[in-house]
Design a protein around this ligand. Structure first.
Ligand code: UGA
Length: 441
């Protein structure tokens, strides 16, 4: 099938490359000409395991092409996925300017049936607004001067891809949700995803939009819940890791997304939780649970910093090593990373920060000023009074901790992800502090 993807960020690019991989002819579109140039040469501007290899393969075979013109891309396709950014406004609401622009551009050049599919996370009822924008901007007459205008459909097909494992998630979905208002749209979307042989959930547009809101917000709720439990564990001498294990065997609960830590970050959860609270407010409902989820997430980062202050005693002029800056492992993404808040607070207290991340250094340099970026994990711990583990990269688990200990001034570790082997570190003489691990597991 001929498919256009408008917006070549994380979501658009992964979707485009993977759709080419399952046999479709894809044209990806972005208004950033530099990006398009790089993509044509088979280079991706982000770190996402497995993506570049597939891109190179399908650029070579011609399965994927690029354009910086929405009109050009949409003319070549029957199905158009909208994967442009939906940043947060100051009030937490999603800014849908780019979505409106895509709808208008597609409408202006529409000369045959088109199916527009929302891929970006958007507030419920956005589908209706896209349809209205298209109706208002459709050519009034076709070339022969007749009043006939092309038909179109709008559908919602939310993505559930995690950065760092997006290609795997696309190819092995737990389910594919499609929100449609016509049989034709349903048929087209079923056809597109047929090669994946996945469970399909077919709903109307608004329901599919709500599934995305509810899924991300529920996962964020699980994280804030376990972080709250971790706070109590810390005080009563329990170990949150074991609590999560004990809860997780219950199939109704499940173990995933019960990892206590320094709070969730990234480009999705913080923004999506805000947008859902906003949507609820607009519809006249006070979404108290979700407001608390957000508060707990913020307070978790603040607590972590206070905890360091408490154990380290004096922060001013202490050298603090940071391992991991990205909002999670296997990505170079720094958006709403917990490291930003933690580093900012400690710098404010006069600490000297020495940081290292395997992939996110370039992005981090643009966002964090006044710290030392180090070439590797060992350079970061040299002369340090403590080490903060902020992102769970495998590389850190495999580090040589004898060497690490000997390079540090004080062998103190604050593990913001409960990721390191606390027992082994203890045996090496480290003072180890995890999250919710009975004070000092
Ligand atoms: C999330 C969802 O998992 C995807 O299904 C969804 O498609 C995506 O948002 C989106 O809406 O685009 P992502 O933000 O890439 O994916 O990353 P996650 O793996 O969900 O992690 C989000 C944050 O929660 C990270 O900061 C992570 O460290 C944190 N987290 C996750 C925890 O603190 N504890 C956990 O147990 C799990």
């Amino acid at each position: 099938m001929n498919i256009a993807i408008v917006g070549s960020g994380y979501v658009g690019l992964v979707t485009g490359v993977c759709l080419a991989h399952i046999g479709h002819q894809v044209i990806c579109c972005d208004n950033n000409e530099e990006k398009i140039k790089a993509l044509r040469a088979g280079r991706i501007p982000i770190y996402e395991p497995g993506l570049e290899d597939l891109l190179v393969k399908y650029v070579k075979s011609g399965g994927i092409t690029f354009s910086h013109s929405i009109r050009d891309a949409s003319k070549k396709a029957e199905v158009i996925f909208i994967a442009v950014g939906t940043p947060s406004k100051k009030n937490g609401d999603a800014d849908l300017t780019y979505i409106e622009n895509v709808a208008r551009e597609v409408a202006l050049s529409m000369d045959s049936y088109k199916l527009l599919v929302e891929k970006s996370t958007v507030p419920a009822q956005t589908g209706d607004r896209i349809a209205r924008t298209i109706r208002l901007n459709l050519p009034k007459k076709n070339k022969k001067g007749n009043a006939a205008v092309p038909e179109f459909d709008v559908a919602s097909n939310p993505e559930f891809l995690r950065e760092g494992s997006a290609v795997h998630d696309f190819m092995n979905p737990d389910r594919i949700v499609i929100g449609v208002e016509s049989k034709r749209a349903e048929r087209l979307l079923r056809e597109i995803y047929k090669p994946l042989n996945a469970t399909m959930v077919v709903t109307n547009l608004a329901t599919a939009e709500m599934i995305k809101h509810a899924s991300n917000s529920f996962l964020a709720t699980k994280i804030s819940f376990i972080n709250s439990v971790a706070q109590i564990c810390e005080r009563v001498g329990a170990d949150v890791e074991k609590v999560a294990e004990g809860m997780g065997y219950d199939k109704r609960i499940g173990r995933s997304f019960l990892n206590a830590g320094i709070g969730y970050g990234g480009s999705c959860f913080p923004k999506d939780v805000d947008a859902f609270v906003c949507l609820a407010e607009k519809s006249g409902y006070d979404f108290k649970i979700l407001k608390s989820v957000r508060e707990v997430n913020e307070s978790q980062k603040a607590w972590f910093t206070r905890h360091i202050e408490d154990k380290l005693w004096i922060i001013k002029d202490k050298t603090i090593a940071v391992w991991g800056l990205a909002f999670k492992s296997n990505t170079d993404d720094m958006r709403s990373a917990a490291s930003l808040t933690v580093i900012e607070a400690l710098r404010g207290e006069g600490a000297h920060i020495q940081a290292y991340d395997p992939q996110a250094m370039a992005n981090a340099r643009k966002m964090i000023k006044g710290i030392r970026f180090c070439s590797d994990a060992y350079a970061a711990v040299k002369g340090a009074d403590c080490l903060l583990l902020l992102t769970e990269w495998d590389e850190f688990k495999k580090a040589d901790f004898v060497k690490t200990r000997d390079l540090m001034r004080q062998a103190v570790v604050f593990d913001g992800r409960n990721f390191l082997d606390s027992k082994a570190l203890g045996e090496l003489g480290f003072e180890y502090y995890g999250i919710g691990r009975g004070g000092n597991a």
